[in-house]
Design a protein around this ligand. Structure first.
Ligand code: CP
Length: 311
C-alpha cells in the first residue's frame, strides 16, 4: 500500500479488519518493521485520539514519530502561480518536499472550511501533499473523509456483532456548532463495503453528498430507522446542500436510552453529553465509544504496517 487517503486504499477491507484484530492481540509482533523509519504527523487542526493513537501505533511498530502543529510554523500558501506578497510565507510546493526529506510517511489532518464547498470538496490541502510530497500520505481526517476512524469503527463492529449481517444505523444528532461531514462520509462508505443492513437517519436538509450515500436507505423518521438496530452510530454534521449551515438543533434528535433499547451505541468522540446523547447511554453498558477509541490504535497500526511493508 502506498497511501491511505480513503478506505478504498486498502485492497481487501474485511481481510484488513481481521489483520487489525490480530495486531490487537499481539501489538508488538512487528516491532522491528518501523525501526529507523519516521512518521511525521502534520496537524492543521486539534486532535486528541488521532494524535495519540497514531503515535502509539507507530511506536508499536518501532517507528520514530515527529509532530508538527502547522499553526506553529510559516503560514502556508496552497494556490499555484500566485504572487506571494501577502501573509503566506512558504508554499506547499517546497514545504511538502522539505518535510519528505525528514519523514518516511507523512500523516495530515486538515478540516474543511465549511464556507467554500467547491474548495473543500476538492480536498485542496490533502491533495497538495499527495501532489508534492515524495513519501506516502495518510489522511488523519481531511475535508471530506476520516478513513482511520471508519476502519476503527468497522473493527469495533466486527468484534461485537453477534449476527453475520447486523443492522447498523447512522443517526444525525444535534450540535450547536457547524461540524464537517467527514466522519459520516467515511462511515457510510465503510458500511457499504461490508456485510451490514445499513441505513441513515437525519432531519430533512441534512442529506450527505448523494455520490457517497448512493442507494443507502435514508429515513427522516428517527424512531422508524432505529427499530431493531444492533448498532447506532450517532454523529452531527452540518448541511451539505446549504453548505456548512446548522439548520436546526432539535433536541428531539438526541440519542436516549429509551430510543436505543438494546442497540450498541457508537460515536467517534469527542461527544457533547446531553446534546448528542444522554448520560444514561454513554455511562451505560451498551456504549462502545471507548472500545472504538482503543481500536484507533489498531486501525492506524495496520495502515502503517501495510505502508511500511511497501517502502
Ligand atoms: N475521533 C477523532 O478523530 O478524535 P480526535 O479529533 O480527538 O482526533
Amino acid at each position: 500500500m502506498n497511501k491511505y487517503t480513503n478506505i478504498h486504499d486498502v485492497a481487501n477491507i474485511p481481510e484488513t479488519i481481521q489483520e487489525a484484530i490480530q495486531l490487537k492481540e499481539n501489538p508488538f509482533s512487528h516491532k522491528n518493521l518501523g525501526v529507523d523509519k519516521t512518521l511525521l504527523m502534520l496537524f492543521f487542526n486539534a486532535s486528541l485520539r488521532t494524535r495519540l493513537s497514531t503515535e502509539k501505533a507507530a511506536k508499536n511498530l518501532g517507528m520514530n514519530v515527529m509532530i508538527l502543529n502547522v499553526n506553529d510554523t510559516w503560514n502556508l500558501e496552497f494556490e499555484e502561480g500566485t504572487v506571494m506578497n501577502l501573509n503566506k510565507s512558504e508554499h506547499v510546493i517546497e514545504a511538502a518536499q522539505v518535510i519528505s526529506q525528514y519523514a518516511d510517511i507523512i500523516a495530515v489532518r486538515a478540516f474543511p472550511s465549511l464556507t467554500d464547498k467547491e474548495k473543500d470538496t476538492s480536498e485542496w490541502i490533502l491533495n497538495s501533499f499527495l501532489k508534492y510530497a515524495t513519501v506516502p500520505i495518510i489522511n488523519m481526517e481531511s475535508a471530506t473523509m476520516h478513513p482511520l476512524q471508519a476502519l476503527a469503527d468497522a473493527i469495533t463492529i466486527e468484534e461485537l456483532k453477534i449476527i453475520q449481517k447486523p443492522k447498523v444505523v447512522l443517526s444525525w444528532a444535534p450540535h450547536p456548532k457547524a461540524l464537517p461531514q467527514a466522519v459520516a462520509n467515511s462511515f457510510v462508505k465503510m458500511m457499504q463495503s461490508l456485510e451490514t443492513n445499513f441505513s441513515i437517519t437525519h432531519p430533512k436538509g441534512y442529506e450527505l453528498n448523494s455520490k457517497i450515500t448512493k442507494n443507502t436507505p435514508i429515513y427522516y423518521n428517527q424512531k422508524e430507522a432505529l427499530k431493531d438496530a444492533d448498532f447506532v452510530y450517532a454523529k452531527n454534521w452540518s448541511s451539505y446542500e446549504s453548505y456548512g449551515k446548522v439548520l436546526h438543533q432539535d433536541s428531539d434528535w438526541m440519542l436516549t436510552k429509551e430510543k436505543l433499547k438494546t442497540a450498541k451505541f457508537m460515536h467517534c468522540l469527542p461527544v457533547r453529553r446531553n446534546i448528542i446523547v444522554e448520560d444514561a447511554v454513554l455511562d451505560g453498558e451498551n456504549s462502545v465509544v471507548i472500545q472504538q477509541s482503543a481500536n484507533r490504535v489498531f486501525s492506524a497500526q495496520i495502515v502503517l504496517k501495510k505502508i511500511l511493508e511497501n517502502l
